[in-house]
Design a protein around this ligand. Structure first.
Ligand code: MG
Length: 391
């Protein structure tokens, strides 16, 4: 099933007063705009093939700033309508030429949606016209009269609080939205209501208490505090190891630096064993396969390729998750060439490829006391560790 997402960001969010931005979905949360966090969360599963954001006509600048550097499958934004319902329809119409099978419709102001929740909604779409995440109502419900007194206690049995993303078969929900608009109905507050109106069967799947909608300034303050508490928690570590053998030649590439030597290193690419180990360490930290999977040696495109391409790709994958590289530590194992004179050049080159400070790069070297294949000067081995900090 090819799944698209519509992210509704056209509202003005008057209930949260936030300095410097036009609407709450562009406000920074832990230093990152809310919309950017929401897009990152949706992209994190890899299950969503395209992201369509619906914006307010006045918000183009805020939007461009929010998505700057975002590397997900983002389509150009469309401008929404006067109501949420009209904005969703604009998003669906923009997706129609791409012919997705299913669509998740999500509030921009719900940045904490978890991958497991997205999976529940998407899986339910295989069996139903629609599926929405929902939470059982825990509090006792009261109906009030005009004077503010209780007129009735409402049974909470079978009552649920609807969240987003709400998932639907694409053609069905597009038709339902078109029909509601054509009938002059414009004030339905969620897409499940549009689906119900069209007679679609919409299933409930388990929602998540973390998947709150940021509405008031207090919501932002609570979220900011929670983020501070969780930032340390999601640090990932990866390791990489690589070996290349010596062959006839007059220089080697190590850590992005060309070093004159009595031999070259043999390999399909430029055989920069150091950059290969670092690439694998970063890919390992984000659980995204290894260098051979993304750049198969059998592919002629990578013959003689500069290994910086592989490392740039790994860094791009980290950014696509909204993450950043904490540090990289590299150890080279060889008798020769001597690394010390090139250490700083390697740190600078690796930092430039990754787009991080040189202070975050460690380069070390050791001999193996004449033992083993490195001791016999048959080749060079490299090992690396990388940490990645995910939002
Ligand atoms: Mg290699």
């Amino acid at each position: 099933m090819r799944i698209a997402a519509v992210v509704v960001a056209a509202g003005r969010g008057t209930r949260a007063r936030l300095a410097g931005v036009s609407a709450k979905q562009y406000a920074p949360l832990g230093g990152v705009p809310v919309l950017r966090r929401t897009l990152g969360a949706l992209a994190s599963t890899g299950a969503i093939a395209m992201l369509q954001v619906v914006i307010h006509a006045d918000d183009r600048t805020d939007y461009e700033q929010a998505i700057s550097g975002f590397d997900g499958p983002l389509l150009a934004p469309v401008v929404g309508g006067r109501t949420r319902q009209a904005s969703v329809l604009a998003g669906l119409e923009a997706l129609a030429p791409h012919r997705p099978d299913g669509v998740l419709i999500h509030d921009a102001a719900r940045p904490f949606v978890e991958a497991s929740l997205l999976t529940r909604v998407i899986l339910a779409l295989q069996h139903h016209d629609g599926a929405i995440p929902a939470l059982a109502v825990a509090d006792t419900l009261k109906r009030a009269d005009d004077a503010g007194f209780i007129s009735e206690t409402v049974s909470r049995t079978a009552l649920w609080r609807a969240q987003t993303p709400q998932g639907f078969r694409f053609n069905e929900i597009l038709a339902a939205h078109r029909a509601a608009a054509a009938a002059g109905q414009h004030d339905l507050t969620d897409d499940a209501a549009v689906a119900e109106r069209a007679g679609m069967k919409v299933a409930l799947v388990e929602g998540s208490v973390r998947n709150t909608k940021l509405t008031t300034t207090e919501d932002f303050n609570v979220a900011e505090r929670e983020l501070k508490g969780s930032i340390v928690a999601d640090v990932r570590t990866g390791t990489g190891f690589d070996v290349h053998r010596f062959a006839d030649g007059d220089h080697v590439w190590l850590g992005g630096v060309r070093i004159a030597h009595t031999h070259r290193l043999e390999g399909h690419s430029d055989a920069d064993v150091a950059l290969h180990a670092i690439t694998d360490a970063i890919l390992g930290a984000i659980g995204d396969g290894d260098i051979g999977q993304h750049f198969p040696p059998s592919d002629p495109r990578w013959k003689g390729a500069e290994s910086r391409i592989f490392l740039e790709d790994a860094a791009r994958r980290v950014r696509a998750l909204g993450g950043r590289i904490g540090n990289v530590d590299l150890t080279l194992l060889c008798e020769a060439p001597k690394i010390g004179a090139h250490r700083e050049a390697m740190r600078v080159a690796i930092a430039a490829i990754l787009g991080i400070e040189t202070s975050r790069i460690g380069v070390k070297a050791t001999t193996t006391e004449g033992l083993g294949f490195t001791g016999r000067r048959e080749g060079i081995a490299a090992m690396a560790t990388a940490t990645v900090i995910l939002p």
